[in-house]
Write a protein that binds this ligand. Sequence first.
Ligand code: HEC
Length: 90
Amino acid sequence: MRLLLVMVLLCGPVAVHAAGDPVRGEKLHDSCLGCHGTALYEPPKAKIKTLAALKKEIERWNDRMNPKFNKQEIDDLVVYLNRDFYKFAQ
Ligand code: HEC
């Protein structure tokens, strides 16, 4: 029983979801709208197929942003785009 408890405690943090805030992400996303709207995130246009690829894509575009988003803000953007458009399982 005690061993089981230890295992649950050890595994706990791994199960925690990405700590992004979609409400903040939606606001931050205004600065991405200079180049494209949100139609690009939905079928038939959307090309991104996984949550990991979505994060990579946002990081890639972030290289063009000035000022750049920090890690927390990128997580916020990922969670926002996933909640409203991509809807990948987390
Ligand atoms: C300099 C112009 C520019 C800026 C700024 C920009 N994007 Fe893009 N983005 C593009 C273009 C162009 C494409 C389409 C590339 C293609 O068709 O493969 C794209 C594609 C994407 C895609 C892939 C869509 C898909 O599923 O195929 C995502 C996600 C994305 N942008 C997110 C963002 C986010 C988030 C920001 C703000 C951090 C941002 N972009 C800022 C030009 C821009």
